[in-house]
Design a protein around this ligand. Structure first.
Ligand code: IMP
Length: 424
Protein backbone atom coordinates (compact mmCIF):
# COMPACT_ATOMS: atom_id res chain seq x y z
CA UNK A 1 0.00 0.00 0.00
CA UNK A 2 1.21 3.53 -0.75
CA UNK A 3 0.93 4.79 2.79
CA UNK A 4 1.24 3.68 6.38
CA UNK A 5 -0.51 5.16 9.39
CA UNK A 6 1.11 4.62 12.78
CA UNK A 7 -1.37 4.75 15.64
CA UNK A 8 -1.08 4.35 19.40
CA UNK A 9 -3.65 1.73 20.38
CA UNK A 10 -3.79 2.63 24.09
CA UNK A 11 -3.30 5.92 26.00
CA UNK A 12 -0.11 7.02 24.27
CA UNK A 13 3.56 6.27 25.00
CA UNK A 14 3.36 2.93 23.19
CA UNK A 15 6.66 3.46 21.36
CA UNK A 16 5.40 4.97 18.12
CA UNK A 17 8.58 7.05 17.70
CA UNK A 18 10.84 4.01 17.52
CA UNK A 19 8.62 2.21 15.01
CA UNK A 20 8.25 5.34 12.84
CA UNK A 21 12.00 5.83 12.91
CA UNK A 22 12.57 2.19 11.97
CA UNK A 23 10.17 2.31 9.03
CA UNK A 24 11.45 5.69 7.88
CA UNK A 25 14.45 4.04 6.24
CA UNK A 26 12.18 2.87 3.39
CA UNK A 27 9.80 5.79 3.09
CA UNK A 28 9.73 9.04 1.14
CA UNK A 29 7.83 11.35 3.50
CA UNK A 30 6.90 11.39 7.19
CA UNK A 31 3.89 13.46 8.24
CA UNK A 32 2.65 14.55 11.68
CA UNK A 33 -1.08 15.12 11.45
CA UNK A 34 -2.35 15.98 14.97
CA UNK A 35 -1.35 16.97 18.49
CA UNK A 36 1.58 19.18 19.37
CA UNK A 37 4.43 19.22 21.82
CA UNK A 38 2.28 17.38 24.36
CA UNK A 39 3.73 14.33 22.58
CA UNK A 40 7.22 13.14 23.26
CA UNK A 41 9.24 10.44 21.64
CA UNK A 42 12.68 9.13 22.28
CA UNK A 43 14.71 7.73 19.42
CA UNK A 44 18.00 5.98 20.10
CA UNK A 45 20.46 5.69 17.20
CA UNK A 46 23.91 4.24 17.81
CA UNK A 47 24.70 5.61 21.28
CA UNK A 48 22.84 8.87 20.77
CA UNK A 49 19.44 9.55 22.37
CA UNK A 50 17.15 12.09 20.70
CA UNK A 51 14.03 13.40 22.41
CA UNK A 52 11.51 15.13 20.18
CA UNK A 53 8.13 16.62 20.87
CA UNK A 54 7.10 18.08 17.57
CA UNK A 55 9.34 17.16 14.71
CA UNK A 56 8.40 13.84 13.03
CA UNK A 57 10.63 10.89 13.94
CA UNK A 58 11.79 10.31 10.34
CA UNK A 59 14.05 13.35 10.64
CA UNK A 60 17.00 11.23 11.81
CA UNK A 61 16.98 9.33 8.52
CA UNK A 62 17.05 12.66 6.69
CA UNK A 63 13.55 12.15 5.30
CA UNK A 64 11.30 15.10 4.42
CA UNK A 65 9.17 15.76 7.51
CA UNK A 66 5.84 17.48 7.12
CA UNK A 67 3.72 19.20 9.76
CA UNK A 68 0.10 19.12 8.61
CA UNK A 69 -2.73 21.51 9.43
CA UNK A 70 -4.14 19.29 12.19
CA UNK A 71 -1.08 19.94 14.37
CA UNK A 72 -0.87 22.75 16.93
CA UNK A 73 2.57 24.25 16.69
CA UNK A 74 4.67 25.89 19.40
CA UNK A 75 7.30 27.72 17.32
CA UNK A 76 9.73 28.06 20.24
CA UNK A 77 9.77 24.26 20.71
CA UNK A 78 10.20 23.62 17.01
CA UNK A 79 13.11 26.08 16.75
CA UNK A 80 14.80 24.39 19.71
CA UNK A 81 14.45 20.97 18.07
CA UNK A 82 15.87 22.34 14.82
CA UNK A 83 18.83 23.74 16.78
CA UNK A 84 19.49 20.34 18.45
CA UNK A 85 19.42 18.64 15.07
CA UNK A 86 21.87 21.18 13.63
CA UNK A 87 24.23 20.62 16.58
CA UNK A 88 24.22 16.97 15.46
CA UNK A 89 24.90 17.92 11.85
CA UNK A 90 21.34 17.07 10.75
CA UNK A 91 19.53 19.66 8.64
CA UNK A 92 15.78 18.91 8.78
CA UNK A 93 13.85 18.86 5.52
CA UNK A 94 10.80 20.40 7.05
CA UNK A 95 7.52 21.68 5.60
CA UNK A 96 4.83 23.39 7.68
CA UNK A 97 1.29 23.77 6.40
CA UNK A 98 0.01 27.38 6.41
CA UNK A 99 -3.21 26.29 8.15
CA UNK A 100 -1.39 24.90 11.19
CA UNK A 101 -2.54 26.69 14.36
CA UNK A 102 0.06 28.36 16.55
CA UNK A 103 0.25 27.84 20.31
CA UNK A 104 0.56 31.26 21.92
CA UNK A 105 1.64 32.09 25.51
CA UNK A 106 -1.96 32.72 26.61
CA UNK A 107 -2.87 29.16 25.59
CA UNK A 108 -0.32 27.77 28.05
CA UNK A 109 -1.44 30.15 30.78
CA UNK A 110 -5.11 29.28 30.27
CA UNK A 111 -4.34 25.55 30.18
CA UNK A 112 -2.61 25.74 33.59
CA UNK A 113 -5.22 28.11 35.08
CA UNK A 114 -8.12 25.88 34.02
CA UNK A 115 -6.47 22.80 35.49
CA UNK A 116 -5.84 24.58 38.79
CA UNK A 117 -9.50 25.56 39.06
CA UNK A 118 -10.69 22.01 38.27
CA UNK A 119 -8.83 20.70 41.35
CA UNK A 120 -9.77 17.03 41.90
CA UNK A 121 -11.55 16.92 38.53
CA UNK A 122 -8.47 18.06 36.62
CA UNK A 123 -7.64 16.31 33.34
CA UNK A 124 -3.95 16.15 34.10
CA UNK A 125 -2.96 17.94 30.89
CA UNK A 126 0.65 18.55 29.88
CA UNK A 127 -0.02 22.31 30.31
CA UNK A 128 1.46 22.99 26.89
CA UNK A 129 -1.59 24.96 25.77
CA UNK A 130 -2.94 22.21 23.53
CA UNK A 131 -6.63 22.38 24.55
CA UNK A 132 -6.96 26.20 24.46
CA UNK A 133 -5.19 26.34 21.08
CA UNK A 134 -7.55 23.75 19.55
CA UNK A 135 -10.47 25.60 21.19
CA UNK A 136 -9.47 28.80 19.34
CA UNK A 137 -9.17 26.79 16.14
CA UNK A 138 -12.77 25.58 16.26
CA UNK A 139 -13.89 28.94 17.62
CA UNK A 140 -12.37 30.48 14.45
CA UNK A 141 -10.25 32.90 16.44
CA UNK A 142 -6.91 31.06 16.22
CA UNK A 143 -3.64 32.32 14.79
CA UNK A 144 -2.29 30.12 12.02
CA UNK A 145 1.18 29.73 10.57
CA UNK A 146 0.25 31.87 7.58
CA UNK A 147 -0.84 34.70 9.93
CA UNK A 148 2.52 34.63 11.65
CA UNK A 149 4.12 35.51 8.33
CA UNK A 150 1.92 38.52 7.50
CA UNK A 151 2.99 41.37 9.78
CA UNK A 152 -0.14 43.57 9.71
CA UNK A 153 -2.58 40.72 10.07
CA UNK A 154 -0.47 39.14 12.80
CA UNK A 155 -0.37 42.41 14.79
CA UNK A 156 -4.14 42.73 14.52
CA UNK A 157 -4.73 39.11 15.58
CA UNK A 158 -2.33 39.33 18.51
CA UNK A 159 -4.10 42.49 19.72
CA UNK A 160 -7.54 40.85 19.55
CA UNK A 161 -6.51 37.54 21.10
CA UNK A 162 -4.36 39.19 23.74
CA UNK A 163 -7.26 41.39 24.88
CA UNK A 164 -9.66 38.41 25.04
CA UNK A 165 -7.29 36.15 26.93
CA UNK A 166 -6.27 38.94 29.33
CA UNK A 167 -9.91 39.54 30.18
CA UNK A 168 -10.46 35.83 30.74
CA UNK A 169 -7.31 35.38 32.82
CA UNK A 170 -8.02 38.39 34.98
CA UNK A 171 -11.76 38.09 35.47
CA UNK A 172 -12.18 34.33 35.70
CA UNK A 173 -8.81 33.12 36.97
CA UNK A 174 -7.63 36.23 38.86
CA UNK A 175 -4.30 36.09 37.08
CA UNK A 176 -2.30 38.58 35.02
CA UNK A 177 -0.78 37.66 31.66
CA UNK A 178 2.90 36.83 32.01
CA UNK A 179 4.02 38.87 28.96
CA UNK A 180 2.92 42.16 27.40
CA UNK A 181 1.24 42.27 24.00
CA UNK A 182 4.31 43.93 22.48
CA UNK A 183 6.69 41.32 23.91
CA UNK A 184 4.57 38.55 22.43
CA UNK A 185 4.29 40.26 19.06
CA UNK A 186 8.05 40.84 18.84
CA UNK A 187 9.02 37.35 19.90
CA UNK A 188 6.54 35.50 17.68
CA UNK A 189 7.12 37.77 14.70
CA UNK A 190 10.82 36.93 14.92
CA UNK A 191 10.15 33.21 15.28
CA UNK A 192 7.82 33.39 12.28
CA UNK A 193 10.66 34.91 10.25
CA UNK A 194 12.97 32.04 11.30
CA UNK A 195 10.39 29.47 10.17
CA UNK A 196 9.31 31.23 6.95
CA UNK A 197 11.41 29.02 4.69
CA UNK A 198 9.48 25.94 5.84
CA UNK A 199 6.13 27.23 4.54
CA UNK A 200 4.51 24.77 2.11
CA UNK A 201 1.30 23.10 0.98
CA UNK A 202 1.52 19.86 2.97
CA UNK A 203 -1.73 18.37 1.65
CA UNK A 204 -0.64 19.12 -1.91
CA UNK A 205 2.81 17.59 -1.41
CA UNK A 206 1.33 14.42 0.13
CA UNK A 207 -1.25 14.10 -2.67
CA UNK A 208 1.50 14.50 -5.28
CA UNK A 209 3.75 11.96 -3.56
CA UNK A 210 0.93 9.39 -3.39
CA UNK A 211 0.08 9.98 -7.07
CA UNK A 212 3.71 9.29 -7.95
CA UNK A 213 3.51 6.02 -5.94
CA UNK A 214 5.89 7.29 -3.30
CA UNK A 215 5.53 5.93 0.21
CA UNK A 216 4.24 8.15 3.01
CA UNK A 217 4.16 7.51 6.77
CA UNK A 218 1.57 9.32 8.88
CA UNK A 219 2.91 9.40 12.42
CA UNK A 220 0.20 9.56 15.06
CA UNK A 221 0.73 11.18 18.44
CA UNK A 222 -0.90 10.20 21.76
CA UNK A 223 -3.19 7.15 21.54
CA UNK A 224 -6.66 5.95 20.58
CA UNK A 225 -8.14 6.38 24.07
CA UNK A 226 -7.05 10.03 24.14
CA UNK A 227 -9.11 10.76 21.00
CA UNK A 228 -11.30 13.84 21.48
CA UNK A 229 -14.48 11.97 20.48
CA UNK A 230 -13.90 8.27 21.13
CA UNK A 231 -11.44 8.35 24.01
CA UNK A 232 -12.23 8.43 27.72
CA UNK A 233 -13.72 11.95 27.47
CA UNK A 234 -13.14 14.37 29.19
CA UNK A 235 -9.81 12.74 30.13
CA UNK A 236 -8.50 13.02 26.59
CA UNK A 237 -6.44 15.31 24.42
CA UNK A 238 -8.07 17.79 22.04
CA UNK A 239 -7.43 16.18 18.66
CA UNK A 240 -8.46 13.11 16.69
CA UNK A 241 -5.81 10.51 17.41
CA UNK A 242 -7.45 7.71 15.41
CA UNK A 243 -6.56 6.70 11.85
CA UNK A 244 -9.53 8.47 10.26
CA UNK A 245 -8.10 11.77 11.48
CA UNK A 246 -5.34 11.56 8.89
CA UNK A 247 -7.52 12.57 5.95
CA UNK A 248 -9.11 15.77 7.26
CA UNK A 249 -6.00 16.82 9.17
CA UNK A 250 -3.72 16.52 6.15
CA UNK A 251 -6.24 17.53 3.49
CA UNK A 252 -6.30 14.40 1.35
CA UNK A 253 -9.25 12.19 0.38
CA UNK A 254 -9.93 8.88 2.18
CA UNK A 255 -8.10 5.90 0.74
CA UNK A 256 -7.00 2.49 1.90
CA UNK A 257 -3.81 2.56 3.98
CA UNK A 258 -1.72 0.13 5.96
CA UNK A 259 -2.54 0.95 9.58
CA UNK A 260 -0.08 -0.23 12.20
CA UNK A 261 -1.43 -0.36 15.74
CA UNK A 262 1.35 0.13 18.25
CA UNK A 263 0.57 -2.01 21.29
CA UNK A 264 2.71 -1.83 24.40
CA UNK A 265 2.93 -5.28 26.06
CA UNK A 266 1.23 -3.76 29.10
CA UNK A 267 -0.80 -0.56 29.54
CA UNK A 268 0.12 2.91 30.81
CA UNK A 269 -1.62 6.23 31.09
CA UNK A 270 -0.60 9.68 32.30
CA UNK A 271 -3.13 12.06 33.73
CA UNK A 272 -6.53 11.35 35.22
CA UNK A 273 -9.33 9.04 34.07
CA UNK A 274 -10.53 5.43 34.33
CA UNK A 275 -8.06 2.56 33.88
CA UNK A 276 -9.67 -0.87 34.42
CA UNK A 277 -6.43 -2.91 34.50
CA UNK A 278 -4.40 -0.49 36.61
CA UNK A 279 -1.87 -1.98 39.04
CA UNK A 280 -1.60 0.23 42.10
CA UNK A 281 0.62 -2.22 44.00
CA UNK A 282 4.34 -3.04 44.13
CA UNK A 283 4.16 -4.93 40.85
CA UNK A 284 2.93 -1.74 39.15
CA UNK A 285 5.88 0.14 40.68
CA UNK A 286 8.27 -2.55 39.45
CA UNK A 287 6.98 -2.41 35.86
CA UNK A 288 7.13 1.42 35.96
CA UNK A 289 10.78 1.31 37.05
CA UNK A 290 11.87 -1.38 34.58
CA UNK A 291 9.92 0.19 31.73
CA UNK A 292 11.15 3.71 32.65
CA UNK A 293 7.54 4.83 32.57
CA UNK A 294 8.02 8.51 33.27
CA UNK A 295 6.65 11.12 30.84
CA UNK A 296 9.02 12.35 28.11
CA UNK A 297 7.22 15.69 28.11
CA UNK A 298 6.37 16.26 31.77
CA UNK A 299 8.51 13.71 33.65
CA UNK A 300 5.39 12.53 35.50
CA UNK A 301 5.29 8.87 36.63
CA UNK A 302 2.91 6.98 34.36
CA UNK A 303 0.14 4.82 35.77
CA UNK A 304 0.78 1.17 34.88
CA UNK A 305 -1.47 -1.86 34.35
CA UNK A 306 -1.93 -5.15 32.50
CA UNK A 307 -2.61 -5.40 28.79
CA UNK A 308 -6.30 -4.89 28.06
CA UNK A 309 -7.71 -6.74 25.06
CA UNK A 310 -11.20 -5.31 25.57
CA UNK A 311 -9.76 -1.85 24.92
CA UNK A 312 -7.69 -3.10 22.04
CA UNK A 313 -10.70 -4.71 20.32
CA UNK A 314 -12.43 -1.33 20.41
CA UNK A 315 -9.25 0.37 19.22
CA UNK A 316 -9.15 -2.03 16.27
CA UNK A 317 -12.79 -1.26 15.45
CA UNK A 318 -12.01 2.45 15.43
CA UNK A 319 -8.72 2.32 13.52
CA UNK A 320 -8.92 -0.80 11.31
CA UNK A 321 -5.45 -2.09 12.12
CA UNK A 322 -3.84 -4.10 9.35
CA UNK A 323 -0.87 -5.11 11.52
CA UNK A 324 0.33 -4.71 15.07
CA UNK A 325 3.73 -3.82 16.51
CA UNK A 326 4.14 -5.13 20.06
CA UNK A 327 6.56 -2.98 22.04
CA UNK A 328 8.47 -3.24 25.33
CA UNK A 329 8.00 -6.99 25.63
CA UNK A 330 11.39 -7.15 27.40
CA UNK A 331 9.94 -5.13 30.30
CA UNK A 332 7.72 -8.10 31.25
CA UNK A 333 10.70 -10.49 31.33
CA UNK A 334 11.20 -12.29 34.62
CA UNK A 335 7.64 -11.99 35.95
CA UNK A 336 6.20 -15.26 37.34
CA UNK A 337 2.97 -14.78 35.44
CA UNK A 338 1.39 -12.19 33.21
CA UNK A 339 -2.27 -11.23 33.14
CA UNK A 340 -4.31 -9.99 30.20
CA UNK A 341 -7.82 -8.55 30.46
CA UNK A 342 -10.12 -10.54 28.18
CA UNK A 343 -13.45 -9.14 29.39
CA UNK A 344 -15.16 -6.66 31.69
CA UNK A 345 -17.95 -7.33 34.19
CA UNK A 346 -20.39 -4.88 35.69
CA UNK A 347 -23.06 -5.94 38.23
CA UNK A 348 -22.18 -9.56 37.44
CA UNK A 349 -22.88 -9.12 33.74
CA UNK A 350 -20.27 -9.27 30.97
CA UNK A 351 -19.61 -6.00 29.18
CA UNK A 352 -17.96 -4.90 25.94
CA UNK A 353 -15.83 -1.73 26.07
CA UNK A 354 -18.52 0.62 27.50
CA UNK A 355 -19.28 3.93 25.83
CA UNK A 356 -20.21 5.37 29.23
CA UNK A 357 -17.34 6.72 31.31
CA UNK A 358 -19.23 5.84 34.49
CA UNK A 359 -19.49 2.19 33.46
CA UNK A 360 -15.81 2.16 32.55
CA UNK A 361 -14.98 3.51 36.01
CA UNK A 362 -17.16 0.90 37.71
CA UNK A 363 -16.47 -2.24 35.69
CA UNK A 364 -14.03 -4.96 36.72
CA UNK A 365 -11.54 -6.56 34.39
CA UNK A 366 -11.68 -10.34 33.84
CA UNK A 367 -8.21 -11.79 33.32
CA UNK A 368 -6.54 -14.70 31.61
CA UNK A 369 -3.20 -15.62 33.16
CA UNK A 370 -0.10 -16.52 31.16
CA UNK A 371 3.13 -18.18 32.18
CA UNK A 372 6.01 -15.70 32.57
CA UNK A 373 9.09 -15.73 30.32
CA UNK A 374 12.69 -14.55 30.29
CA UNK A 375 13.89 -12.53 27.30
CA UNK A 376 16.48 -9.85 26.73
CA UNK A 377 17.19 -7.19 24.16
CA UNK A 378 19.66 -9.37 22.24
CA UNK A 379 16.90 -11.44 20.60
CA UNK A 380 16.51 -10.82 16.86
CA UNK A 381 14.49 -13.79 15.52
CA UNK A 382 10.98 -15.00 16.19
CA UNK A 383 12.36 -18.52 16.77
CA UNK A 384 14.60 -17.26 19.60
CA UNK A 385 11.56 -16.23 21.65
CA UNK A 386 10.60 -18.60 24.48
CA UNK A 387 7.40 -20.60 23.86
CA UNK A 388 5.60 -18.73 26.67
CA UNK A 389 6.35 -15.37 24.98
CA UNK A 390 5.14 -16.70 21.61
CA UNK A 391 1.96 -17.90 23.31
CA UNK A 392 1.37 -14.41 24.75
CA UNK A 393 1.91 -12.73 21.37
CA UNK A 394 -0.18 -15.29 19.48
CA UNK A 395 -3.03 -14.84 21.94
CA UNK A 396 -3.09 -11.07 21.28
CA UNK A 397 -2.99 -11.62 17.54
CA UNK A 398 -5.68 -14.30 17.56
CA UNK A 399 -8.03 -12.33 19.79
CA UNK A 400 -7.78 -9.23 17.63
CA UNK A 401 -7.52 -11.14 14.34
CA UNK A 402 -4.61 -8.95 13.30
CA UNK A 403 -1.05 -10.17 12.64
CA UNK A 404 1.75 -9.04 14.94
CA UNK A 405 4.46 -8.08 12.47
CA UNK A 406 7.02 -6.52 14.82
CA UNK A 407 8.07 -7.24 18.38
CA UNK A 408 10.26 -4.66 20.08
CA UNK A 409 12.59 -6.00 22.80
CA UNK A 410 14.58 -2.83 23.52
CA UNK A 411 14.70 0.88 22.71
CA UNK A 412 17.30 0.76 19.92
CA UNK A 413 16.40 0.31 16.26
CA UNK A 414 18.10 -3.07 16.01
CA UNK A 415 16.33 -4.43 19.11
CA UNK A 416 13.35 -5.48 17.02
CA UNK A 417 12.08 -8.85 15.85
CA UNK A 418 10.36 -8.81 12.48
CA UNK A 419 7.70 -11.42 13.12
CA UNK A 420 5.64 -12.61 10.23
CA UNK A 421 3.96 -14.85 12.75
CA UNK A 422 1.72 -14.12 15.61
CA UNK A 423 -1.61 -14.76 13.92
CA UNK A 424 -1.40 -18.54 14.06
P1 IMP B 1 -3.15 17.66 26.75
O1 IMP B 1 -3.01 16.94 25.46
O2 IMP B 1 -1.91 18.33 27.23
O3 IMP B 1 -4.34 18.58 26.76
O4 IMP B 1 -3.48 16.56 27.89
C1 IMP B 1 -4.69 15.82 27.90
C2 IMP B 1 -4.45 14.39 28.35
O5 IMP B 1 -3.71 13.70 27.36
C3 IMP B 1 -3.65 14.25 29.65
O6 IMP B 1 -4.10 13.11 30.34
C4 IMP B 1 -2.24 14.01 29.15
O7 IMP B 1 -1.45 13.33 30.08
C5 IMP B 1 -2.53 13.15 27.94
N1 IMP B 1 -1.46 13.20 26.93
C6 IMP B 1 -1.20 14.19 26.05
N2 IMP B 1 -0.17 13.87 25.26
C7 IMP B 1 0.23 12.65 25.64
C8 IMP B 1 1.25 11.75 25.16
O8 IMP B 1 1.98 12.02 24.21
N3 IMP B 1 1.35 10.56 25.82
C9 IMP B 1 0.52 10.21 26.83
N4 IMP B 1 -0.45 11.00 27.29
C10 IMP B 1 -0.59 12.21 26.70
Amino acid sequence: MPATIIIGSQWGDEGKGKITDLLSADTDLVVRFQGGNNAGHTVIVADKTYKFHLIPSGVIFGKPCLIASGVVLDPAVLLKEIAVLRENALEPKLVIDPHTNIIMPWHQELDAAKEAVLGERKIGTTKKGIGPCYADRVNRTGIRFIDLLEEDLFREKVARNYADSKLLLESVYQQSPRYSEQEIFDQYHEMGASLRSYYGDVGGLVAKALKESKHVIFEGAQGTFLDISYGTYPFVTSSHTISGGVFSNVGIPPMSMDTIGIVKAYTTRVGSGPFPTELTDKLGDKIREIGKEFGTTTGRPRRVGWLDLVMLKYAHRLNGFTQLALTKLDVLSGLDSIKVAVGYRLADKPLQFPLSLKQLEQCEAVYEEFEGFEIDSSLREWDQLPEAAKKYINFISKTLQVPVSMVSVGPARKETIMASSGEQ
